[in-house]
Write a protein that binds this ligand. Structure first.
Ligand code: BEZ
Length: 251
């Protein structure tokens, strides 16, 4: 089931691509390079990479996202594809990814595929949620869910938020030479009064699929009450994002 709405993503969560500018600078795409964008969403960063003269292929496991990317940027190449199913061999100068790898809960398997897709001297340049990412929001969802629906099955988070130590170790085990690693907090403004609600309904949709619409509404209200003292200022919600950025090389 595809829980991703490309319209909601572009309309309410445009910050995902705009915050990608930092990792784009780390990538620094060059004319003529072949680059793979893993988790391309609706294609905005792939388009930026293309503007630098590199040749880009975007993949995303959401068909909705890939269709929208293709509508927006018909001159670029996008495929619906799961990281685990990638079958590229020594093809790319760089593998790039922004705000995606925290959805990949089998990182070892993914890193093997990502490494395999680079040619030697290729680079792997990524940013995603690190240890403690959206911790307040996650705890509030868990607490509210247990309070409101004590007899329902336990929630299972679909995310992986590693520390730098953990992730760079896995990178080295996959064969990468780690050249750069950074961890930082990045409080992230969620657009408007309904920002937190929109975030939960979009990004926690899979985890909350067993709730009907009324139950989701109750849960969101409860989470908003719990988080108002900490994450709400001047009519805006601010999510407690933590990022890791890493660069690895295939020697
Ligand atoms: C993130 O970009 O950090 C994120 C997005 C959706 C769910 C969890 C984390």
């Amino acid at each position: 089931m595809d829980f991703w709405s490309s319209a909601l993503y572009d309309d309410r969560h445009g910050f995902v691509s705009s915050y990608g500018e930092g990792v784009m600078k780390l990538l620094s795409p060059k004319e003529g390079e072949r680059i793979l964008d893993v988790g391309c969403g609706t294609g905005d960063l792939a388009n930026e990479i293309d503007k630098n003269g590199a040749s880009i292929i975007g993949i995303d496991r959401s068909t909705n996202m890939v269709q929208e990317a293709q509508n927006k940027y018909p001159h670029l190449t996008f495929h619906t594809m799961d990281v685990y199913d990638m079958d590229f061999h020594n093809e790319f100068d760089a593998v790039f990814s922004n705000a995606t790898l925290h959805w990949i809960t089998k990182p070892k398997k993914a890193l093997e595929k990502l490494y395999q897709s680079l040619h030697s001297d290729g680079r792997f340049v990524v940013e995603f949620g690190g240890k403690g990412n959206v911790q307040n929001i996650r705890q509030a969802i868990e607490k509210s869910y247990q309070t409101l629906f004590p007899n329902y099955d336990r929630l299972e988070e679909p995310w992986y938020f590693p520390s730098i130590g953990e992730y760079t170790t896995l990178m080295e085990e996959a064969g990468f030479t780690v050249g750069y690693a950074r961890y930082f907090t990045r409080p992230t403004l969620l657009d408007g009064e309904a920002g937190l609600k929109n975030w939960i309904l979009m990004f926690a949709a899979g985890m909350l699929a067993q709730l009907n619409d009324d139950e989701k509404e109750q849960l969101v209200k409860h989470v908003e009450q719990v988080l108002k003292p900490t994450l709400y200022r001047d009519h805006q919600w601010i999510a407690d994002y933590c990022r890791i950025q890493v660069i690895g090389y295939k020697k």
